[in-house]
Design a protein around this ligand. Structure first.
Ligand SMILES: Cc1cc2nc3c(=O)[nH]c(=O)nc-3n(C[C@H](O)[C@H](O)[C@H](O)COP(=O)(O)OP(=O)(O)OC[C@H]3O[C@@H](n4cnc5c(N)ncnc54)[C@H](O)[C@@H]3O)c2cc1C
Length: 376
């Protein structure tokens, strides 16, 4: 694995300043609870404002609603959004992975219809991978699509689907033919673009330990999909979905989920006894992770498929995001903390166990890394 550190383009400083000014204004009333959730916060009005400024789909070609900006400029936007704890969830998945997938595999009509609407912040997407008996062992999935006259018929169940209840489309990985006798289970899977308004789809929110409803169980009961709902090639779904995971695992959202607390803690905790080495170590770790993430942005922009590097970044990044709230809490008696920081940390401590589950668990990522190192 190799991580070359790219140069941030010269124009990015002005872009960063523009973002900070926008976020200072937009975020005046964001509570600690909003900032702790950040890309798990769903706010369509905010996404439309971001879209109006050209900050969604910004690397896509102009003919599809993009701005033809560079991947590193996009990285600046993502960093600033996450650093501010902006509620970007309504456009995050579409901008990060569904849009790029559509750009690569979608039909011309789909690209012209969907990508500009995503870029305007008007369309939300969700990821239909996990199933009740197929989480880490994703190839065990049982949702299936059969060819029928004029299209496909979909039956099965997805689970833990973030924002399905609020989204317009799902990109689902399903089985279109049984695996060959004695052959790989990765064969016979295909990806579909599913309009969540189709009849036969029921979406049941699942309440989490915080009492919130962000993920769902989605049931498909004889759902009819048009021919063009098939994304890419029939049977090539596994390779398509795993290359999508490089987009899902490589971004600053895998290292900055707890950042708003660090930014606040730098001021509020710097004089606490023993704070300097703790804060110093956190900042040093973050600086390294950031270089890795920028390096991945450059690889994706060059059209490479850095799936293993993304697994490494996600694992190291998740460990950092999880350690951060505990490290800060250890610096000062909660009673002495500024109330805003304390509220932020209280939420982050409860949210952070999910960081190393969503997008692939720690054990699975380490398996991928070990294979790359020749250890298994
Ligand atoms: C907040 C959140 C949001 C999510 N959003 C989505 C979403 O939008 N779309 C979606 O499709 N999914 C989503 N997921 C699901 C997530 O991808 C799965 O939870 C994850 O892949 C693990 O699958 P599982 O829950 O079935 O656990 P399991 O696969 O049953 O794993 C249980 C434990 O066993 C370990 N384990 C499993 N297999 C192995 C192995 N071979 N070797 C070593 N250890 C192993 C795992 O690491 C884990 O610790 C979300 C999850 C969370 C927590």
């Amino acid at each position: 694995m190799r991580f070359d550190v790219p140069e941030i383009p010269a124009g990015a400083a002005a872009l960063r300043a523009e973002l900070r000014a926008f976020l200072a204004e937009a975020g005046r009333d964001w509570t600690p609870a909003v900032r702790a959730r950040s890309w798990m916060g769903f706010d369509r009005a905010f996404s439309r404002e971001v879209g109006a400024r050209g900050w969604i789909g910004m690397v896509w070609p102009r003919e599809y609603g993009g701005q033809a900006r560079s991947g590193l400029e996009r990285a600046v936007v993502l960093e600033e959004m996450l650093a501010a704890g902006a509620p970007v969830g309504a456009h995050w998945i579409a901008d990060r992975q569904s849009g790029p997938l559509l750009l690569r595999l979608g039909r011309e009509e789909q690209k012209r219809r969907l990508l500009p609407a995503i870029a305007r912040g008007e369309l939300a997407f969700c990821i239909g991978l996990s199933e009740p008996e197929a989480g880490s062992d994703l190839a065990a999935l049982r949702t299936r699509a059969e060819r029928v006259r004029g299209g496909w018929k979909l039956n099965g169940r997805k689970i833990w689907t973030t924002f399905a209840h609020l989204s317009d489309y799902m990109i689902a990985l399903v089985r279109t033919s049984p695996p060959p006798e004695g052959g790989s289970r990765h064969l016979g899977l295909s990806q579909f673009l599913v309009d969540l308004r189709a009849s036969g789809i029921s979406i049941r929110p699942i309440r989490d330990l915080l009492g919130e409803e962000s993920f769902n169980e989605v049931t498909f009961d004889e759902v009819l999909l048009p021919e063009e709902a098939l994304l890419g090639r029939e049977g090539a779904g596994w390779a398509q979905a795993t290359s999508e995971l490089a987009f899902e695992r490589s971004g600053p959202d895998r290292i900055l989920s707890s950042f708003p607390a660090l930014a606040e803690g730098m001021d509020a905790l710097r004089d606490a006894p023993g704070a300097a080495p703790v804060l110093g170590r956190l900042v040093a770790r973050l600086a390294t992770l950031r270089q890795m993430s920028l390096s991945l942005a450059a690889m994706l922009e060059r059209g490479e498929d850095p799936a293993r590097e993304a697994a490494l970044l996600k694992d190291l990044g998740n460990s950092f995001e999880q350690a951060l709230p505990e490290a800060l809490r250890g610096l000062l008696d909660p009673e002495e903390m500024p109330p805003g920081l304390r509220a932020l940390l209280d939420d982050l401590v409860q949210l952070s166990p999910t960081f190393s589950l969503r997008g692939g668990t720690r054990e699975i990522l380490r398996g991928i890394i070990a294979r790359d190192l020749g250890l298994r």
